[in-house]
Design a protein around this ligand. Structure first.
Ligand SMILES: CCCCCCCCCCCCC/C=C/C(=O)SCCNC(=O)CCNC(=O)[C@H](O)C(C)(C)COP(=O)(O)OP(=O)(O)OC[C@H]1O[C@@H](n2cnc3c(N)ncnc32)[C@H](O)[C@@H]1OP(=O)(O)O
Length: 718
């Protein structure tokens, strides 16, 4: 709703009230319309201020109302009512003015912002465009290039930038509401002819055609198949080619196309999924709202390789005192230099104070004795990690949380090396650790709810999106990667090239295809794991070379590693690069010859594999594992998996995540294709549909928010 009051006798103040962000729900819109009429009809009122309760102007349209039968007064006429008013209306912007919130402010005659406020039109991130006049008013106010940039990226601008661009008229360090009231009094009775943005002339400039062409090219390149950014450019284009009223019609037409699109549903689902993962729960009933995190003031990082350095930076930037340990003096010095550089660059980029003095470097593990939380970040080697956990158990003060940065090793095995296994959790960071937003927080069977809550809280402090997951090989992300990679290898055996498989995945929207990613992260990483698992059998020939434990196995990755082809770092992998460390992947005739020779050796006849089959086999094998993970209770819900895949594995956000995508395709269709492929390849376990997808499909494929009802709760000791 909206609350009306009169201030200083002559200023009507309309306060939006819809916690937590004063989104424009039907009740709020109704409240604005009613209170505007009241303010306009009261003769004593000479001007109006619109503000939001609790220091937040407005977070935009109420996203929860999208899709449902939208009731209440529509936004566009509501904003026109404000703009057409004969009394000056001033927006007092505190906190945020986003989406419909900024469009409401653009309908006001003046805008006063608090210096800490953020303003933007982030609709594009929800698969929409600013459909309440934003695409027509903003370019008229600040020009096409700046409007295009803000609308197609959806980024938030600071108040200072908004002032510079001309979006706001004044910025204050004090109460924006008080400033707006004062301002409103000063402009009472003045002409509003020059203050109605919709009446401004269409933006004109000789280079507009070039600007739009460039913008369109750029969004097509970066959107990776997302339609909203492209549609945003089309809508802004209407502001220069059409008069305002016609431009608004075009905006509405384009908005309607986006509004009902699968991409908008996916992006809005993802918006809530990213927030839902913080409300974690475990199979045994431990929950975010009943588990209290321990206070952490001092943290320690052991091992200052690439991951340890990034983790130290993240901790320091979160304001913690950090002890960074590397036992070799030379490596310690190198790491110190590298971390300082990272902190400096980051401080410059984010405009925050340098956090260099937060980190103390040390050669001895003893230095972590008084830390509240230790993150071990040495190589992925169980024996080494075990030794460190034994040491830590003896050195650390009672109650210290012991965390391991591992991408898949058994948390419980490490916990069993300590005297307090309940204080051990996994923290799986993604490289580069100070940049990537995702953190998998892994609870073992003995981790306490308090330990899990502390690690989740720590992730949040570091600005990460933390997802709580159970302990199993590869946790969620890497476990699902295995069947996906396996299919990609099998496709090569059957006749595809790495370029073909990657192209299919990139056209789907992945930032990089599976083989390019493999080259980037290093083929030797998986090779080491497979060797430790006893899967690598050098020189094996005949049928047994392609079977492990009764299931189909592809040794292609192992064979490349035996040739020293580790990917970008060696200049050769699934592709070739101009030099070791090179970044530009080029098809490699050597590899094509190698694949032909391999197929011939194993009696495999290459066939032409169509686009659809490549996509289905890779994605559905991954999705099937996702259902198995839900069934095993490793992830609490599909949102957890989707957030992990979007933030950690380059899954295109506009497709919601693998589990959402499965629902969109249709669970019965995914099941049918899995059944088909499993029949063709009965020796591939990853293609055997798991019982949860069968159960859901048999129950008429309920919507994704109901899937949890179909998951049998596994027992856990946590
Ligand atoms: C055939 C079809 C015809 C179509 C007909 C329809 C015509 C309609 C035309 C209408 C045109 C509309 C045009 C306008 C569109 C919009 O405005 S879309 C919304 C744009 N706004 C946003 O994208 C902002 C989203 N929110 C945020 O970015 C952040 O929440 C924040 C505001 C910056 C605050 O961040 P923080 O303090 O970190 O809090 P959070 O945890 O993110 O959020 C707190 C809770 O608030 C919920 N929430 C936030 N914003 C909204 C919102 N706009 N609507 C609903 N709910 C919102 C958020 O989900 C959190 O709650 P929980 O999920 O329960 O945790």
């Amino acid at each position: 709703m909206a609350f009306y009051s009169r201030v200083s006798g002559s200023v009507g103040v309309i306060t939006l009230q819809n916690p937590p962000v004063n989104a424009l729900s039907a009740a709020v819109r109704q409240g604005i319309v009613d209170t505007m009429h009241r303010a306009l009809s009261e003769p004593e009122v000479k001007s109006v201020v619109i503000c939001g309760q609790n220091g937040k102007f407005c977070g935009g349209a109420d996203i929860r109302e999208f899709g449902a039968n939208m009731r209440g007064p529509p936004l566009v006429p509501m904003i026109h009512l404000i703009e057409a008013a004969e009394k000056p209306v001033v927006a007092a912007i505190e906190g945020v003015a986003l989406g419909g919130g900024l469009e409401l402010a653009l309908g006001c005659h003046y805008r006063i912002a608090h210096s800490k406020a953020r303003l933007g039109l982030p609709e594009v991130t929800l698969g929409l465009l600013p459909g309440a006049g934003g695409t027509q008013r903003l370019p008229r106010l600040i020009g096409v290039p700046a409007a295009l940039e803000l609308i197609t990226t959806g980024r938030h601008a600071t108040a200072a930038e908004a002032l510079q661009l001309g979006i706001v008229d004044e910025v204050t360090d004090h109460s924006a509401v008080d400033a707006a009231v004062k301002f409103a009094q000063s402009v009472a009775g003045k002409s509003l002819d020059a203050r109605r943005i919709s009446t401004y002339p269409r933006p004109r400039s000789p280079d507009l055609a070039e600007i739009f062409e460039k913008a369109m090219k750029e969004v097509r390149r970066s959107a990776r198949g997302a339609i909203a950014p492209v549609t945003c450019v089309q809508a802004v284009h209407a502001s220069v080619t059409l008069p305002y009223a016609k431009g608004m019609e075009r905006e509405r037409e384009l908005f309607s196309t986006l509004f009902t699109s699968g991409q908008a549903h996916a992006l809005q689902y993802y918006f809530f999924a990213q927030r839902a993962v913080s409300r974690w729960s475990t199979p045994s009933g431990a929950r975010w709202d009943t588990s209290k995190p321990r206070p952490v003031h001092k943290a320690a990082v052991i091992g200052l390789g690439t991951m340890g350095r990034g983790i130290s930076v993240s901790l320091a930037q979160a304001g913690l005192s950090v002890v960074a340990v590397e036992t070799q003096e030379k490596q310690l010095l190198e790491a110190k230099q590298a971390v300082s550089g990272m902190l400096e660059r980051s401080a410059k980029r984010r405009g925050v104070p340098l956090a260099d003095d937060k980190i103390k470097y040390n050669c001895s593990v003893q230095a972590v004795a008084d830390a509240d939380l230790v993150i071990e970040a040495v190589f992925e080697d169980m024996a080494l990690k075990k030794t460190i956990f034994q040491q830590l158990s003896g050195i650390c003060k009672p109650g210290t949380l012991l965390c391991t940065n591992t991408s898949g090793l058994d948390i419980d095995e490490l916990a069993s090396q300590t005297q307090s296994p309940e204080l051990v959790v996994g923290m799986h960071f993604f490289a580069p650790a100070h940049v990537m937003k995702l953190l998998e927080v892994v609870y073992g069977p003995r981790s306490s709810p308090e330990a899990l809550a502390t690690a989740m809280e720590m992730g949040k402090k570091m600005g990460k999106v933390s997802v709580a997951v159970g302990n199993c090989r590869g946790f969620v992300g890497n476990r699902m990667l295995k069947p996906y990679l396996e299919q990609a290898f099998f496709l090569l055996e059957e006749g595809a090239t790495p370029e073909q498989v990657d192209q299919v995945l990139e056209e789907f929207g992945f930032a990089m295809g599976v083989f390019k990613v493999s080259d980037l992260s290093g083929l030797d990483v998986g090779w080491k794991v497979r060797k430790a698992d006893g899967l690598v059998v050098p020189g094996s020939t005949g049928k047994s070379a392609r079977i492990r434990g009764g299931s189909r196995y592809s040794p292609l990755g192992d064979l490349l590693c035996e040739q020293g082809r580790f990917g970008q770092k060696t200049g050769r992998g699934w592709y070739q690069y101009d030099k070791p460390g090179g970044r530009v992947a080029k098809p490699d005739p050597w590899l094509h010859g190698f694949l032909e020779e391999y197929r011939a050796r194993h009696g495999l006849v290459a066939r032409r594999i169509d686009h659809q089959e490549m996509l289905e086999r890779c994605l559905y094998a991954l999705i099937n594992e996702g259902f198995q993970i839900l069934q095993d209770g490793i992830a609490a819900g599909p949102e957890d998996i989707d957030v992990i895949y979007v933030l950690g594995y380059g899954w295109p956000r506009h497709r919601g995540g693998p589990m959402f995508y499965a629902g969109l395709v249709g669970l019965d269709k995914v099941l049918e294709r899995l059944e088909h492929y499993h029949q063709v390849y009965p020796d591939v376990l990853g293609l055997k549909p798991c019982s949860l997808i069968r159960k859901l499909a048999a129950s008429s494929s309920p919507p994704i928010h109901r899937w949890r009802e179909f998951i049998q709760k596994p027992r856990s000791q946590l």
